[in-house]
Design a protein around this ligand. Structure first.
Ligand SMILES: Nc1ncnc2c1ncn2[C@@H]1O[C@H](COP(=O)(O)OP(=O)(O)O)[C@@H](O)[C@H]1O
Ligand SMILES: [Mg+2]
Length: 253
């Protein structure tokens, strides 16, 4: 087992009916690094990331975390695997019947025996870290989309997990707030050594935070590697995507 690699995709193929979304995808996610997966809308980025924690299973190939194949895990195994992760999926909603404070506290209540006062202190600290101090008492219905996203972010990091999966953490945020979230990701990686696997369609953000970049296109991982190498590549698909132009081989459907 390679200690520098935490998650490994080996020849992963995934189809829904006849629609092949991932076609023979292989890559290695480095520990304590920030890996950003980019690609046009509907290309399979969310499908890709959900395989890591067994929310989807590959038709062929394997996904391993620290050498353990995720599909071999039973309910209990999946539970302990997921405990190591902080997750925010695109459709990952907050619990509407719970206040913001209860939402963010939820993983702490579920997975730790910390006393209430400490839980409250950690929740306050994480809400402040995402730029939303003192909103514990509000309910999700009282928040804007961007605020809900940031509360979801606070909930995902509240356990200071080993690995964080983020599906488009910046979407729907204004540039200032998106930049603040990027700073938080960088700080958590540097100070806590957290591994991040992030889906993004924000090129400026990718340029700022990524150690490694992967690009999904037409079911294939057409590029994967160190940020400069992928983002400065002369490949026409990559060049078109990163320069955000409609001219080029990527067809807009
Ligand atoms: N559970 C599912 N059942 C059927 N089709 C799905 C399912 N999840 C995703 N898809 C399809 O897979 C494709 C990729 O979706 P997705 O990963 O959400 O794209 P994106 O890159 O925008 O995140 C889409 O065509 C979507 O409709
Ligand atoms: Mg998606």
């Amino acid at each position: 087992m390679n200690d520098a690699i935490v998650i490994r995709y080996a020849n992963v193929t995934k189809a829904f009916g006849r629609h092949v979304v991932l076609d023979d995808v292989s890559c290695a996610i480095r520990r304590n690094k920030i890996t950003v997966i980019v690609g046009p809308s509907g290309v399979g980025k969310s499908v890709f990331i959900k395989h890591v924690v067994g929310l989807l299973k590959p038709d062929e190939g394997s996904v391993t975390v620290d050498g353990v194949e995720v599909t071999t895990l039973d309910g209990r195994g999946l539970y302990s695997l997921r405990k190591r992760f902080g997750m925010m999926f695109q459709d990952g909603a907050l619990f509407d019947s719970m206040s913001v404070g209860e939402n963010v506290a939820f993983p702490l209540v579920q997975h730790t025996r910390k006393p209430r006062a400490e839980i409250d202190r950690i929740v306050a600290e994480k809400l402040a870290a995402v730029g939303l101090p003192g909103i514990e008492y509000l309910f999700p219905s009282e928040l804007s989309g961007g605020m809900r996203k940031r509360v979801g972010f606070a909930r995902a990091i509240v356990l200071e997990p080993e690995i964080v999966l983020f599906d488009e953490p910046n979407s729907g945020l204004d540039p200032v707030m998106a930049d603040a979230i990027d700073s938080l990701i960088l700080r958590m990686q540097r100070e806590l050594g957290i591994t991040f696997l992030v889906i993004s369609h924000d090129i400026a953000s990718t340029r700022r935070i990524a150690d490694d970049v992967g690009m999904l296109y037409n079911g294939r991982l057409v590029a994967f590697g160190p940020r400069e190498k992928v983002m400065e590549s002369g490949d026409p698909i990559l060049r078109q995507f990163f320069s955000r132009t409609a001219e080029g081989p990527i067809r807009l459907v």
